[in-house]
Design a protein around this ligand. Structure first.
Ligand code: ATP
Length: 725
């Protein structure tokens, strides 16, 4: 289009030289036409009527006081250079973009008016982007839109056969992603034509289409409008093909420069082609602009949006129908219709769910990966986190030589799988620990056996006897877990040694602190047991976030969300359909997760398995809804990924999943308690390890907080999606 515009500009220089006089005449003529415009027609005479429409993207004013009228039962060719605002205008007409000023009526009502089928089945929209699901076949694509529009399977099949033949499409089982660019555009056009809509909005449908098919498409459009019941608005880069339209609108810089039958537009400008007519209009417009810029009254003229002649610039040179100053019609609607409009339609939800499931089916590798990923993650946690360190090298300096020495007996009770003993001299051992070769040094004095015997048998012994009868341990405390394990293993070995040597008299040397049978849990409960419930919730939550966070972002980017909305799908339906179809995925994930943790890793579950499942599913829903919030609020994949990853680590740390919440300092603890997984992890631990039910506050609190977050995220995502359309 840029090249086209450049060519136009070159032609313009030549044309400008001999046409100044002609332009003056034309301006006068335009004014005459304006004055002679027919009286306002009835609303039913118009398919689309835009009055005083303004729309900006932040500071960029794209549509400026634009008036446009598409007569009922006619083809309207909307022409203009690249970036002049055609697509923006079409998006405003179908209701996917809000206008900041003015009003638009489409088929008698504003788009999105309760009970009005625009967006919906009355309108067929072919966006400029392909907006097709690449994993779908042609048949899937048309079936999906058929379902959304409420067509029966038979109707869809009949239309599909016609469209495949008419648009010269390949076999209906062909995958969209394997089609050529032109074929994809034709599928996209087919989807717009599918339900025989009353209004067709086609954004450059003939780009990349060969001239024969282009002619055929135009012929079809001409035929369908003949009934008088179908209207078409079409944008095209091939200006001359728009001569087949009944009306053309020439747009530039967000204004409609002219609007009228192509022949009249050409006649008005003494042009033999539409392209020339357009060129002349642009020049007139530019001249007015430059005069306005140099004129002292420039600012005034800008404000009043007027041509030099005093004509309202926002109004077309050739006007059809009423002007901008007409009254805005008032529409009312029954509350029942309004309520029905707000309620989600099951038909659309089912269509969207089937769509998601078909897409999943077409990517079996990715689906299987999604199913096994949580199992891999939880297996890694169970295998690698919280267990006892193994093969930890410890230097042993034993100054006793006798084979019956107690030191040797004691060392024989040391767990060999965890602690690997390396007998060394005193110097070698301390050099080794200094060099980081050993995690500790265990030392026995040469009189260890006799001093220990004395210590155990006699009531009063000297400090030297106590010292010589003790095992001396030097530790490298840089790794706390290994150091704690070594201390624990030494205590256990000593206890076994005492039991072995003293038998029933061993109680004589026991510590005056007795740890009784645990109330809950097991004496050998390891850190894995603590981590596991929180880890299960966290894995379910984050996989669900991952499944959803990019879904809308990609669909929005590819124009699929817009296309679905124009087909009549609401944001709430999109949300619910995503939620329900992702629930299927997380249900499989949860079943596999539970099978692994309960059967393969033998994690205890003292409570109700039903409660465990419900809590994990609810956490999955929290993840999905949080993913939906990210998806709804963020436009590009990179930022969406960053948002999802950014919350992962803080949430993991603050939720008390890998370390107890009791270690978190105030006031960070309050934040921790408000997070979705803190009380939920605690509740899951209480159910699984204490066997508690919903009557316990620590359990129901976990459920309540999870449900609260679910509701909050879902409402937030729906509101954001709604606000952004
Ligand atoms: N989402 C957006 N955010 C910001 N600016 C936008 C956005 N979409 C479009 N624009 C800008 O608005 C202007 C009009 O864009 P629009 O797509 O409506 O033009 P167009 O006439 O359809 O162009 P083309 O013929 O090349 O498709 C352009 O300057 C474009 O850069």
């Amino acid at each position: 289009m840029a090249a086209e515009a450049a060519a136009l500009d070159e032609d313009a220089t030549v044309a400008l030289a001999d046409s100044t006089e002609m332009q003056e005449r034309q301006k006068e003529e335009n004014m005459t036409v304006d004055l002679e415009a027919p009286p306002p027609a009835a609303p039913e005479d118009f398919a689309i009527r835009c009055r005083d429409v303004c729309r900006s993207y932040s500071k960029l004013k794209v549509l400026s006081h634009l008036n446009l009228t598409v007569p009922q039962g006619q083809i309207y060719g909307l022409l203009g250079p690249s970036g002049c605002g055609k697509t923006t205008l079409l998006k405003c007409i179908v209701g996917t973009l809000k206008i900041s000023q003015g009003h638009i009526t489409v088929l008698g009502r504003p788009p999105g008016f309760p009970g009005h089928d625009v967006p919906g089945k009355k309108v067929g929209y072919m966006p400029q982007d392909l907006a097709l699901y690449s994993e779908f076949t042609i048949s899937d694509t048309l079936t999906f839109f058929g379902r959304v529009h409420g067509l029966t399977a038979k109707e869809t099949r009949a239309r599909m056969d016609f469209l495949i033949d008419f648009l010269d499409l390949p076999q209906k089982q062909s995958l969209v992603r394997k089609l050529s660019g032109g074929q994809k555009r034709r599928v996209s056009l087919g989807a717009a034509l599918l339900q025989n809509p009353e209004l067709l909005i086609l954004d450059e449908p003939t780009v990349g289409v060969d001239p024969v098919l282009r002619a055929k498409i135009w012929q079809h459009l001409v035929e369908i409008v003949k009934t008088g019941k179908v209207s078409v608005i079409i944008t095209t880069h091939y200006i001359e093909e728009a001569r087949q339209a009944n009306v053309v609108g020439l747009m530039r810089n967000g204004h409609l420069l002219a609007e009228g039958p192509p022949d009249e537009v050409m006649k008005q400008h003494n042009a033999t082609t539409l392209e020339h007519a357009f060129l002349q209009l642009c020049q007139t417009h530019d001249q007015v602009d430059s005069k306005r810029g140099s004129s002292p009254q420039g600012a005034l003229l800008e404000n009043s949006q007027s041509f030099e002649s005093g004509r309202d610039e926002s109004r077309p040179i050739l006007a059809i129908g009423a002007g901008a100053e007409e009254e805005v019609p008032k529409y009312s609607v029954d509350w029942k219709v309004r309520a029905r409009h707000l309620l989600p339609k099951w038909r659309n939800i089912v269509a969207l769910m089937i769509k998601t499931l078909v897409r999943m089916k077409r990517m079996p590798g990715s689906l299987c990966f999604q199913f096994v990923l949580p199992v891999i993650q939880i297996s890694l946690i169970c295998l690698c986190v919280g267990g006892d360190p193994r093969g930890v090298q410890v230097a042993v300096v034993n100054n006793e030589t006798s084979p019956s020495a107690y030191s040797l007996t004691l060392l024989s009770f040391l767990d060999n799988t965890s602690v690997q003993q390396v007998p060394l001299s005193h110097t070698e051992a301390f050099d080794g620990i200094q060099n980081g070769e050993y995690w500790g040094v265990i030392g026995f004095g040469k009189n260890f056996t006799s001093y220990l015997t004395k210590r155990m048998m006699q009531r009063q012994v000297s400090r030297e006897v106590v010292d010589g009868g003790s095992v001396h341990v030097w530790l490298d405390l840089t790794n706390r877990q290994i150091a704690l394990m070594l201390q624990k293993k030494l205590h256990e070995a000593f206890q076994d040694f005492v039991d072995n040597k003293l038998g029933s008299m061993s109680y004589l040397v026991s510590l005056p602190v007795k740890i009784e049978e645990p109330i809950y849990g097991d004496e050998n409960t390891d850190f894995t047991t603590f981590v596991m419930p929180g880890a299960v919730l966290s894995i379910t939550f984050y996989l669900a976030v991952g499944l959803t966070a990019l879904s809308f972002v990609l669909e929005r980017k590819e124009g699929l969300l817009d296309r679905c909305w124009v087909a009549g799908v609401s944001s709430m339906e999109t949300m619910l359909a995503h939620l329900l179809s992702q629930l299927f995925v997380i249900s499989v994930q949860i079943v596999l997760l539970l099978l692994f943790i309960l059967l393969a890793f033998n994690m205890p579950n003292e409570g109700s398995l039903v409660l465990v499942i419900i809590l994990i599913v609810l956490q999955g829903v929290t993840g999905i809804s949080f993913g939906l919030v990210i998806s709804a609020a963020i436009d590009d994949e990179q930022s969406a990924n960053q948002a999802a990853l950014g919350v992962f680590y803080p949430n993991l740390i603050l939720s008390g999943i890998i370390w107890p919440v009791e270690c978190i300092p105030y006031p960070l603890r309050y934040l921790s308690l408000a997070l979705p997984q803190t009380y939920a992890s605690e509740a899951l631990r209480c159910i699984m390890y204490r066997g508690w039910g919903l009557s316990q506050m620590m359990v129901w609190r976990g459920f309540a907080v999870t449900l609260g977050w679910n509701t909050f995220f879902l409402v937030l995502a729906t509101v954001i999606l709604k606000l952004r359309t």
